[in-house]
Each structure stands twice: as C-alpha cells, then as structure tokens.
Design a protein around this ligand. Structure first.
Ligand code: CU
Length: 527
C-alpha cells in the first residue's frame, strides 16, 4: 500500500515537473517570438530603386526581356548571399505599360529549377497568367502576350510553381509591373519614377551571421517563414533622399508570410490614393495602411524641408488569439525606411479630392454566390489538385464570393485575373483601405469577407486561373483552388497535365536535404 502511494507521489511529481518544463519552454518561446527593430537602425544605405526595363518595340508589341538567374547579392553590406533574381542577382526590374498596349514578356529560365512567372493583378488569358500550369523549364523561354486592358495600377510579378512558390519568392524573384492610363496621367500626382514616385518592395528575411539566407523557420509559426531583417527593394537599413514636398510611395508586400501595418513614426497622415486594382475615387486620409502578402497600396505624404522621418511597420492587427498573434508576427514592429528631405523642396500640387471614376461592381448584378472556406491547408476541405477544376464561371458575369476563414490562423485570399470590390468585411462595412479595386484581401480568423467579382472575356475551359491564400507556405501546402472562365453553354474541361507533378516532388526532396545542409553549415541565426 505504501509502495503504491510512493509510486503515485513520484508520478505526480514527474507530471508536475513535466508541466513546469513545458510552461517554461512555452514562455521562453513566447518571449523570444516578438521582434522589433524600432529605433535600432541607422539608415546607412541609400534605397536601391529597381531599374525600369526598357522594352523592345516589335511591331505593335512591347517586348520585355527577363532572364531568371542565380547570383550573389550583398543583402547585408559587405556580406554575400546566394540569391535569385530577374536580369540581376536579386529582385527584378520594373516593367511599365500603358492601357491598350500589347505586351510580350520573354522570360528565359537560367535557374537550375523549373519555375513560372505570374503577373499578379493582371487581367489576361489563362495561358499567359503564369500560374503553376505555365512552367518554364531550365533553359526554356516563355513568351506570353496580352493586351493591357485595365486601369492604371501597381501590379507585380513573382514565381508561382506548384509547391515551390514560397522558396522561389524567398530566394528573391519579384518585381513591379506598373500600368498607366491617360485618366491617371492627367491627375496632378507625383509621377517621376525614382524621384517623387517611389516603389517600395517590402520583404522580411532571416539572415545568418555570414549574410546568407536562412531557410529555416521559427519553431512555431502558423504562417511559415517570418524573418527579423527587413529589406526594402533589397536594401538593408535604407534611407531615401527626397527633393519634392510630396512623394508617392508604391508599397508592395512581397513577403512570404509577414503582415505590415505601415505608417510614419510621428503618426503624420498621408493620402491613400490607390489599392491593388488602381486609383480610388477619392483619396482616404489615413495614418496606417495594413498589407498582407501580395497586397499593394499607393500613398502620398507631405514633407517639410530638412526633416527626417521614419516609415515604420507598426504591430499589425491580425484578429487572432493571444498566442497565435505573437507567433504570426502580430507583436512585431520594424523601421522600414528613413526619408531625408532636402533643405529646399520643390513645391508639389495637392492631391485632388477626386481621382478617377471606378468601374462599379454591384451586388445586384451577381448571377450567383459562391463560398470559399479557408481552413487547415485547404479550401472548402479540399487540398490543391492541379487536375481538379473547382469552379467554372461565365465570361462577362458578376458573382458574389464569400470567403470565410474557419481557422484561428491568418489567411488572405487572391483570385487571379480579376479585381473585386469588398461588399462587407468581418461583419461590418469595408474600411477605407478596402473601398477601392482589390485583388488580394486579408481574411481575419473566424471572419467572413464578401466580395463582388466580375469576370472578363477570356474563355478557356481547360486552363484554369488560381484562387488561393497568398501566405506562400499555405498556398504551397494546398490552400489553393482553380477556376475556369467559360463561354455561355460551355462546361469545365480538363487541365492539360505535364510532367511537373513528378518533377516537383523529386526536386522538393532534394531541396529539403539542401536546406538542412545550409542550416547545419551556418549554424547560428542572425539576431
Ligand atoms: Cu493562409
């Protein structure tokens, strides 16, 4: 009897000790998970501006030559990292075209792996979209072509290969694709690229002491890779010298998983003039604009002669629970860029109170409602399948898409080819930054977002467009579906399948081994 009692006491003590260890480990992880660089940067490096890619005029077409290549980059000054880029070792040039022009990017893959290039936010035929069906094998050149037919906007391009998007984007392939139109050109907005119209490609990286990319991730991260070093246009610790009173910033969240809540350190207001799909009807005076992966915003800020002010990412509002919030970056803050105003600034006209008239998308025009539930690693309970078409929509129709996040984890939603309006957001009206044309939207845990979407004229019953969570690890793990646009009376066909399924899985296994080796070779993380 006494032995039994002693045994019981011992086991209780062990269980108690175990619980203490677990709680302590949890507390340590929790405490270490929050990251802030606020007040820690010195803004020593001039912000790099991605060069504008000069197109070749070929008859009626504008040809943009892009070569995807591996190289070495100083992500940290004086240190080398192995990176990927387009026409260079990291990131890519800015492409620019005017509404009505026919463009033809020629994308040559000089990488050791099969990839794709997706034109995020672009309205185009499915065959030109650059999703996982438009693979470019090493040594091949892909030549999609389409006529630009949508309002002026800040779009971007990035790889989108099946199961490898997170990795290929993290290595560094991304660039802006700016669209212009006469209506936007007529507005007195800052528009001199690199002078008072500044692209800001915001990315977080994990970097080792030796400056190389860290491919590991935090022990607990519901959204995948979160880095503690911020690069803007690939520049570490950047500053930007300006000579104009008003400056337009084209913000792009090109990160794998991190969500930024962008504003100025002194809480000055700025005018939000455009979101993903283009200019707003009227500017919104704000102090913060939050961007989940893939989202863009254009803001115009006013500066005083000689001043220095920091553009910062404040703690984002993720709408998650206490713990998840910490591990998804909800308690993180970063200094992004220091703006240094010259002692005399050229005056700039005020942002006009009315910008453009946008295409009205009305709920009343919707022919049907579809629901998409984001949970686990799937949409509506189904993991991504290259051979399955999840929805067939008809050319020229309007639909209401209800997107619900049924999990406790941050997700967002991005359908290819289209722009949408947000009808209501998490049970209320769309906040100011979601009142314009969008192509990517954050969907808070447990909440529903209703979108009104209009489909275009490009029909293809076999080749689908993607709809997915733009948290890249979620997308790679299966939170993606496919829709086709069909003519009236047509039904969905079958996607042509290439060799990429088998090819990808063997490459992934190979890659995992390589990542582990990199991790072992470099050991410590940068702090
Ligand atoms: Cu997600």
């Amino acid at each position: 009897m006494r032995r039994v009692k002693r045994l019981l006491l011992w086991s209780l003590a062990l269980v108690g000790l175990g619980m203490v260890v677990v709680v302590a480990a949890g507390a340590v992880l929790y405490a270490r998970a929050a990251v802030s660089t606020v007040g820690e940067l010195r803004f020593e490096n001039a912000l790099r501006i991605p060069p504008l890619l000069e197109p070749r005029e070929d008859g009626e077409r504008k040809v943009f030559e892009l070569t995807l290549q591996a190289g070495r980059t100083e992500l940290l000054p004086g240190k080398q990292a192995e990176t990927w880029g387009a026409n260079g070792a990291y990131l890519g040039p800015t492409l620019r075209a005017v509404r009505g022009e026919r463009v033809e990017p020629q994308v040559r893959n000089a990488l050791p792996e099969t990839t794709t290039i997706h034109w995020h936010g672009m309205h185009l035929p499915a065959a030109a979209d650059g999703g996982p069906h438009q693979t470019i094998r090493p040594g091949e050149t892909w030549r999609p072509s389409w006529e630009v037919d949508q309002p002026a906007a800040t779009l971007w391009y990035h790889p989108h290969p099946h199961g490898e998007t997170a990795d290929h984007v993290y290595r560094g392939i991304a660039g802006m694709f700016i669209l212009d139109d006469p209506e936007a050109d007529a507005l007195p907005l800052p528009d001199v690229y690199g002078v008072n119209d500044i692209p800001l490609i915001i990315q977080d990286k994990g970097l080792h002491e030796d400056g190389s990319l860290d491919f590991s991730q935090r022990l607990i991260s519901p959204t995948g890779r979160l880095g503690d070093t911020i690069l803007v246009n690939g520049t570490y610790d950047p500053h930007l010298a300006i000579r104009n009173q008003r400056v337009r910033f084209r913000l792009l969240n090109a990160s794998n998983a991190r969500i930024y809540n962008v504003g100025f350190a002194d809480d000055r207001t700025f005018d939000l003039i455009a979101t993903d799909g283009g200019l707003l009807e009227t500017p919104a005076r704000l102090t913060r604009v939050q961007l989940s992966p893939g989202e863009r915003a254009e803001i115009v800020a006013v500066f005083a002669p000689g001043e220095r002010v920091v553009l910062r990412s404040f703690e984002p509002e993720l709408g998650t629970n206490f713990f998840e919030n910490r591990f998804a970056g909800g308690d993180d803050s970063f200094d992004l860029l220091q703006v240094r105003a010259a002692s005399t600034l050229a005056p700039s006209p005020q942002v006009p109170p009315r910008l453009v008239r946008t295409d009205p998308l009305r709920e009343g025009a919707a022919v049907r409602t579809r629901s998409f539930e984001l949970g686990g690693t799937s949409i509506n309970g189904k993991d991504f399948d290259l051979s399955r078409i999840d929805a067939a929509v008809q050319t020229g129709t309007t639909e209401v898409w209800e997107v619900r996040n049924t999990s406790g984890t941050p997700h967002n939603f991005h359908p290819h080819d289209v722009r949408f309006h947000v009808l209501d957001y998490a049970g209320g009206p769309a906040p100011p930054q979601l009142r314009g044309l969008k192509d990517t939207v954050y969907v808070p845990p447990g909440k529903r977002v209703r979108l009104v979407v209009r489909f275009g004229e490009y029909a293809d019953p076999d080749l689908p467009y993607m709809l997915h969570c733009h948290v890249l690890q979620h997308e790679d793990r299966g939170m993606m579906g496919q829709f086709v646009v069909v003519q009236p009376g047509q039904t969905a066909g079958r996607p042509p399948l290439h060799d990429h399924a088998a090819h990808t899985s063997s490459r992934r296994a190979e890659h995992r081994v390589r990542s582990v080796k990199t991790w072992r070779a470099h050991g410590s993380r940068r702090t």
